[in-house]
Every structure is written in C-alpha cells, then in structure tokens.
Write a protein that binds this ligand. Structure first.
Ligand SMILES: [Fe+2]
Length: 295
C-alpha cells in the first residue's frame, strides 16, 4: 500500500462524531435563514437573538416548503409560504439538529452516517482568533470526501502541479509518520522569492485534513480543509463541498497592524486558496472517476 493510501486509511478510522462543516460563520446573518444539503439532507440554518447558530430540517413541517430565506425575528424562523413558526425548542414535527459556530466555521451534527456521536466536533489547534486573520472558501466537486483528504495527503504533487505556488518542496521522511507528514516548502511570492516554512499535515477526523505551519514565517497559522458530502447528483455521482479555512497568524507587531487591513487581505487569501483548489479538485475528481470506473 502506498504511503498516501496508508495515511488515508488511517484518517478514515477517525470519528467525526456525526459533525459536518456546513459553511463559514459569515454565511449566516441575523435576519434570514439559509439552507444547505448534507448527504442529501436539507439543513436550515439561522441565528437566535443571542447570535447562537440554530439548525434543523430544511423542510417546513407544515407543507414542505424550503425554509431558506425565511424571516428571522426574536429567535423564531417564519416559513415563507404560510408563516409557520420554528425555533430552537423544536416541536414534535420539527426537531433541531445540534449546531455550533466555532468562530470561523459552522458545524451541524446529523445522525445519518452511523458514527458514534460526539458532543462537540473535533476542532484542531488554532492560533488565537482575535489575533489572526481568517478567510474561508467553499468549492463543490464531483467526488467523495476522502478524495479531498487524499489530495492533501499527497504533498509530493505540490511543486509539480502548483509550480506557481510552491518550490523547494521536500517531505521530511525521517520526521514523518503514517499519521503526520512534515514538509519543508517555500511558498512562492513571485519567480524569484519564496517564503520557506515547515508544515505539518494531520487528519483530526475522517473528513478533515489540517496543515499547521510549525516553523518559519507565520508559524502558528493553520489551513483546515474540510470535506462535506452533499449528496448524489442526477448521474448517480457523489458531490462533495470542499470548505477551507485559512487562519493566518504571526506574533509580529506588523501583522497586528495588517489585521486591520483584513477587508483587503481576506479576498487575497481567498483568491490564492481558490487558485490551488481549481487544480486540486481536478486531482480529487480524477481519483473518484478512476475508482467509479473500476466498480
Ligand atoms: Fe494541491
């Protein structure tokens, strides 16, 4: 078995406890609801009057309307069709799902995958959010969550497939294990300049792979890649949402000033992450395609 497959097999044994990343904290405001799909289950999300996330079935128990874009007033969500009311207390017909806003990402727990439920999602070590800059992207692909994880368990592709982003990439074989990859890499700024860092890749649960910058510029920063199954499309293929949070941190005072520029910097961080994922989804989808063909 190759190292990538071995790492992947180990990652798939890690229990997510029924929790799924369903978007970015910024995706849900205070006045209206949104609906997203997890494994074919419609999930509605809104915030109560304290700002806490509320989630539940996305179908109105009255006549089946989508609870998307409903009016939220004083913790209550009103269905758009007939004003049917739902709130976090739930009713016999409509039971809320456990939900959490961790300050960067939104999580919902469903009991559909047969996973032993956990009270809280597995959240990796993060830098202090108040001193960091965080940016989230979400891109759908035709593959399964494990294909997204497999892409990131293969750092060897970085310098070949993304020469615009990385150079001098080496996997530290002596320091790496099946559960932890240590990589020395230079993030390219332009043709000549790169920032050398040491990064550690781990899988805290079966649908997540995390890169921590452990040495070099921005040590303490983290990039979390989450893969959430959305359901099956008309052609019978799996659709998965890749949600990636970059939480950039540096103890330097200059960076504290930079954080105030976050409205300008966030789009830049997102653009860079998106550029990588345009290629990486091709990789993940190719893996899925080959596997589907063999079945
Ligand atoms: Fe990649």
């Amino acid at each position: 078995m190759s190292r990538i497959e071995k790492g992947l097999a180990l990652s798939q044994q890690r229990n997510p406890g029924g929790w799924y990343v369903i978007g970015a904290s910024e995706d849900v405001g205070r006045t209206t609801s949104i609906v997203r799909s997890i494994g074919g289950v419609e999930v509605v999300l809104w915030r109560d009057s304290s700002g806490a996330l509320v989630a539940g079935p996305g179908e109105c128990p009255h006549m089946g309307a989508s609870l998307a874009a409903g009016v939220v007033n004083d913790s209550v969500l009103y269905c758009r069709w007939h004003g049917y009311e739902v709130d976090a207390r739930g009713t016999r017909e409509w039971q809320p799902f456990p939900a959490l806003d961790d300050g960067v990402l939104l999580w919902v727990r469903l009991g559909t995958a047969g996973e032993a439920p956990l009270d809280r999602p597995v959240i990796c070590e993060r830098p202090p959010l108040g001193e960091s800059l965080s940016a989230v992207i979400a891109i759908p692909g035709t593959c399964e969550p494990k294909d997204i994880v497999a892409n990131r368990l293969d750092p060897w592709h970085g310098a070949w497939f993304h020469p615009y982003a990385f150079s001098h990439l080496t996997v530290d074989d002596a320091a790496s294990t099946d559960e932890e990859l240590l990589v020395d890499v230079a993030f390219r700024l332009n043709r000549t300049w790169g920032i050398p860092v040491r990064a550690r890749f781990t899988c805290p649960d079966a649908r997540t792979i995390v890169m921590h910058i452990v040495e070099g510029e921005g040590a303490g920063s983290v990039v979390e890649t989450h893969a959430t199954p959305m359901g099956i499309n008309r052609d019978g293929q799996h659709r998965t949402m890749m949600v990636e949070a970059t939480i950039a941190y540096s103890p330097r005072t200059g960076f504290q000033l930079t954080r105030h520029l976050s409205p300008l910097l966030k789009p830049m961080v997102r653009r860079t992450a998106r550029q990588l994922w345009v290629d990486d989804l091709v990789y993940a989808e190719r893996r899925y395609q080959l596997r589907s063909r063999r079945v």
